[in-house]
Design a protein around this ligand. Structure first.
Ligand code: ZN
Length: 510
C-alpha cells in the first residue's frame, strides 16, 4: 500500500465517525422523542472526542508527512495533491484549538440555547445576556487560538468560508447595500397589497407533502439515494452521495413555507448527490482524502446551490407558469380564481420586515449584513453584549426603516449565537451572490437555457452544474470555481442585475 492510500484509509475512518454523528443528528432533528435529548448529547460528545483524537493524532501527522513526500503518485492524480494540502491545513487548524476549549463550548451549548429559547419566548434579553457573554468570550478565545492578523472575525470565518475576511466582506457589503437600498426604495414606492390574501385558507398537510415530494423530484432530487422528511428547522445532511437526507416544514396556512424549504433543501441535496463517485467513501480512491466531510467546498458554496434552485428557479415566473396547475389540482377550492401570475407575485412581494427567515430576495441580504456587522463588533469588543439590542434596533432603522417592537422580533430572533456559532451569517449572502453569478455564467455557456427552463427541463442546468461545480466536491475553492466559470471571483454585480431585472418586471419599475 502506498503512503497516500494509507492516509486515505485513516481519513476514511474519520469520515465514518463524522457520518455516524450525522446519522445521530438527523435522527435527533426528525424522529427522536424529547426524552432522548440528554443521552443523545452524551453520545455526540463521546463521538466528537473520538473523532478529534483520531484526526489530531501523531498517526495523522506521520501519514501526512509520508504522503506529502510521495509526489510521483500525487502528480498522476488531479485531486490528490489538493486533497493532501487541504488535509494538512485542516490538521494544523484543528491542532491549534485546545480540546478543553472545544469541551467548554460543547458544554455551554445546551444551557445557552435553552436560555435563549426562554428569553425569546418572554422577549427578555437580560436573562440571555450572561450566557451570550460567556459564549462570546469562548469564541474570542477560539479566534485567538486559530490566529488572525486583522480581526478576530477573520479567524472564525475560516471554519465556514476559507479565504474570506471581514475587510473583503465589508467591500462586498458596501456595494450590495447601496444597490439594494436604491432598488428597495423604488419597489416600496410601488408596493400595494395583493387583491386577495392567499394564506388565509387552510392547505391540507397531506397534499402539501405530496407537492413537496414532486417539486424536489422535478429539479432532479433522486429518491433512490435520498429521503424527504419533516423537521421543525429544515436542513440537509448526507452520509454519502448515495444517502442524502432533506427535510421541510409545514404550515397549515402559509403554503410557501413547505414548498420553498423543500426546493431549498433539495438544492443542497443536488450538490451532495452529484459529487463524483470517485470522491466517496465507497470508492476509497486517493481522491477521497480531502472529502471526509463530503459535499460542497464551503458553507457559502453549498448555499449557492440551495438558493439557485429555490430562488432563480423556484421563484421564477417560468416555474409557476408551468407548475401552478399542480397546486390548483391539489387545492381547487383554496386557489379558485387565482392564476400563476398572481401566485408568482404573492411569493415574491418585497417589503421591509422584521424577521430574517421570512424576508424576500431584496431585503434578505440587509438582514445578513446587520448580523455580520454586529458579530464583527462583538468579537473585536467594540460593542458590549449589553448594548446589542440597541445596536440591532439602530441598524434595523437605518437599513429597513423599522424598529422591532420587542427583542423577540429583534436581537433574540436567531439561534446561531446562543449555539456558539459566530461568523457564519455571511455565508447566506455569499450563497446568494454566488447563485446569481453561477446562474448568469450558465446562461452565457448555454444560450438555449431559458427555453429549456421554460419547458421545465432542468437536466441541462443540473448537468452543467455537476460538470462545473458539484462533481468536484471540496477539491476547488469557491473563488476558483467562480473564476473558472465566470472569469472573476465573488462579485455583487450579477445579483444586483438579477434583482433589478426580476423586480422591474414584477413591479413595473423604470
Ligand atoms: Zn441552506
Amino acid at each position: 500500500m502506498t503512503a497516500v492510500q494509507a492516509l486515505a484509509e485513516h481519513i476514511a475512518e474519520y469520515n465514518d465517525l463524522l457520518n455516524t454523528m450525522n446519522i445521530l443528528r438527523w435522527d435527533m432533528r426528525t424522529k427522536m422523542p424529547p426524552g432522548g435529548a440528554n443521552t443523545r448529547g452524551m453520545q455526540l460528545a463521546t463521538l466528537t472526542r473520538h473523532a478529534k483524537r483520531h484526526f489530531v493524532s501523531d498517526k495523522t501527522a506521520k501519514l501526512l508527512d509520508a504522503a506529502e513526500s510521495e509526489t510521483a503518485l500525487v502528480d498522476a492524480d488531479p485531486y490528490a495533491a489538493r486533497a493532501i494540502a487541504q488535509t494538512r491545513a485542516a490538521y494544523e487548524l484543528q491542532k491549534r484549538i485546545p480540546a478543553a476549549l472545544v469541551g467548554k463550548l460543547a458544554e455551554l451549548g445546551p444551557a445557552s440555547e435553552a436560555a435563549w429559547a426562554s428569553a425569546k419566548a418572554a422577549s427578555d434579553f437580560a436573562t440571555f445576556q450572561p450566557y451570550l457573554e460567556q459564549m462570546l468570550a469562548l469564541n474570542i478565545q477560539l479566534a485567538d487560538a486559530i490566529g488572525f492578523s486583522d480581526q478576530p472575525f477573520d479567524a472564525l470565518v475560516q471554519q465556514f468560508e476559507p479565504g474570506m475576511t471581514a475587510a473583503r466582506l465589508g467591500a462586498l457589503f458596501g456595494e450590495l447595500r447601496a444597490g439594494l437600498l436604491t432598488l428597495l426604495a423604488r419597489i416600496t414606492a410601488k408596493d400595494e397589497p395583493l387583491p386577495r390574501d392567499l394564506w388565509a385558507q387552510e392547505y391540507a398537510l397531506g397534499a402539501q407533502r405530496q407537492l413537496c415530494h414532486e417539486f424536489a423530484a422535478l429539479i432532479g432530487f433522486d429518491y433512490a439515494r435520498g429521503r424527504l422528511d419533516s423537521a421543525p428547522h429544515p436542513f440537509e445532511v448526507s452520509f454519502t452521495r448515495e444517502d442524502v437526507r432533506i427535510t421541510t416544514r409545514y404550515d397549515l396556512h402559509y403554503l410557501p413555507m413547505s414548498l420553498f424549504a423543500a426546493l431549498h433543501e433539495a438544492g443542497h441535496g443536488l450538490y451532495e448527490q452529484n459529487v463524483s463517485p470517485r470522491l466517496t467513501r465507497s470508492a476509497l480512491t486517493t481522491d477521497f482524502i480531502g472529502q471526509y466531510a463530503v459535499g460542497g467546498t464551503s458553507y457559502g458554496a453549498h448555499e449557492f446551490s440551495s438558493r439557485l434552485w429555490e430562488n432563480q428557479i423556484g421563484r421564477s415566473r417560468e416555474f409557476w407558469a408551468l407548475h401552478f396547475g399542480r397546486l390548483r389540482r391539489a387545492f381547487p377550492a383554496q386557489l379558485k380564481g387565482i392564476d400563476a401570475a398572481l401566485f408568482h407575485r404573492a411569493v415574491n412581494r418585497a417589503r421591509p420586515s422584521l424577521i430574517r427567515v421570512e424576508a424576500d430576495e431584496v431585503t434578505y441580504n440587509l438582514h445578513i449584513m446587520l448580523r455580520a456587522e454586529i458579530e464583527m463588533a462583538l468579537l473585536d469588543q467594540s460593542l458590549a453584549v449589553a448594548d446589542l439590542p440597541e445596536a440591532w434596533n439602530a441598524k434595523m432603522q437605518d437599513y429597513l426603516d423599522l424598529t422591532p417592537p420587542d427583542d423577540a422580533r429583534g436581537a433574540l430572533q436567531d439561534v446561531h449565537w446562543s449555539a456558539g456559532t459566530f461568523a457564519n451569517f455571511p455565508c447566506y449572502t455569499i450563497g446568494n451572490l454566488m447563485a446569481a453569478q453561477v446562474f448568469a455564467a450558465a446562461h452565457t455557456a448555454m444560450p438555449d437555457l431559458p427555453n429549456s427552463l421554460a419547458r421545465g427541463e432542468y437536466g441541462e442546468l443540473r448537468d452543467w452544474l455537476t460538470r462545473e461545480i458539484y462533481q468536484h466536491g471540496r477539491a476547488y475553492s469557491s473563488d476558483e470555481l467562480l473564476t473558472r466559470i465566470s472569469g472573476e471571483s465573488l462579485s455583487t454585480a450579477p445579483l444586483l442585475r438579477y434583482l433589478e431585472s426580476k423586480y422591474s418586471a414584477l413591479y413595473g419599475l423604470n
